[in-house]
Design a protein around this ligand. Sequence first.
Ligand SMILES: Nc1ncnc2c1ncn2[C@@H]1O[C@H](COP(=O)(O)OP(=O)(O)OP(=O)(O)O)[C@@H](O)[C@H]1O
Ligand SMILES: [Mg+2]
Length: 398
Amino acid sequence: MVRNILGQVVRGADCFGRDKEVADIWDRVQRGEHILLLGPRRTGKTSVMLKLEEAQPKEWKTLYRNVEAGRTPSDIVAEMVAALLSVDQYREGLEKFSLGRKFKSLLDKVGKSTETDSATIVGEVKSILANDWKTTLAEIQGRLESGKIPVKILFILDELPIAASKILKDKKQGKAGLEEFMDAFRAMRQRSDLAQKVGFLIGGSVGLDAMLARQGMSALTNDMNPMPIHPWEEETALDFLKCLSEHEDYPLPLDTRKAMVMLVGQCVPSHLQFFFSELRTLVPDGNPTQDHAKDCFTNALFPRIESSLLSHYDTRMDDALTEPEAAIARMLMRTVAQAGDAIPIADIKIASENRSTAEDMLDFLIKDGYLKEKNGALSIPSSLLKLYWAQKARRRFS
Ligand SMILES: Nc1ncnc2c1ncn2[C@@H]1O[C@H](COP(=O)(O)OP(=O)(O)OP(=O)(O)O)[C@@H](O)[C@H]1O
Ligand SMILES: [Mg+2]
């Protein structure tokens, strides 16, 4: 039974649906594919990543890490090493390897604990690696290829695109630094000895492929297969609200559920969860009507989530884009939001010096789910986000 969880990643029974996506991912991973998990903000990518572990086939071990805090390739490789230290079969006999000897004291300290998530351990791993990430990556490969580890590994690196973006924006590392890492990382994924033994799934709140494409580095992820995580279909959203109403003992008629789904426009799980929560506050005794839903949508839901949930979509642009790019992306969002239902791309006026960036941003906004393109016209699929950007547009000085 699903509970109404607000804001936290959902696990176990609280993660509604997504069984098809999870089965599909495992199927692909077992066939040796590496996966790029792509989807708009807050659609439930991290929740799907965590569900993969619950459904892992017997011979596989899922290693999930959120690498958002990473600023260098060493930070990312340190997360991978720390994750590997949680695998008993990997730790056994590790001291026979040169990398393993360096970890001797850390291993003693960690003991039999499989808790290698803590920042302290990752910090220690990092100091042992002393920024020599290339040697470390080679050693990890060697050890995994040696065939001594009777378990297959799926590395899930959540928010790698954010770490990649930091490397790119860093003056010392920049494009060359990112290219060097992505190149070594791709080479690892392509090792034939690792095929079907080690899989990688990369995802995050920013699409890695579009980001690398903007830097002319598409080739560095062309071995990975994109797998979209879409917002829920209308039917799934209606089922979800029905389950929520039963579990939370809050009567919610079908007509009202349908109105809620229609009002949000795009069934992002967390938007529906907040809607449910606000409706319950507005009509505590249950059985809210469609009019209650409408009233709640504009007067309670939007103001409640505007500065927390919806602004997240906006601020994420700063992580993924350069300042001039983000300015143009925001201008495009405001223009589309003000245009009513849909606006033909040809009707959007862009100064000639910004045209090429605007074309890149259009690609980014469509791929990352901010905008939808149909027959050459643009719209914002989520009504809540449309309100958000329309408000931003209204609040600008001329
Ligand atoms: N399958 C699901 N069942 C129930 N709630 C869900 C589900 N997927 C997502 N949610 C809700 O949406 C919120 C966001 O989910 P999650 O963090 O997995 O999304 P995300 O796509 O990784 O977000 P971001 O783009 O910010 O990284 C969760 O806190 C939870 O409330
Ligand atoms: Mg996430």
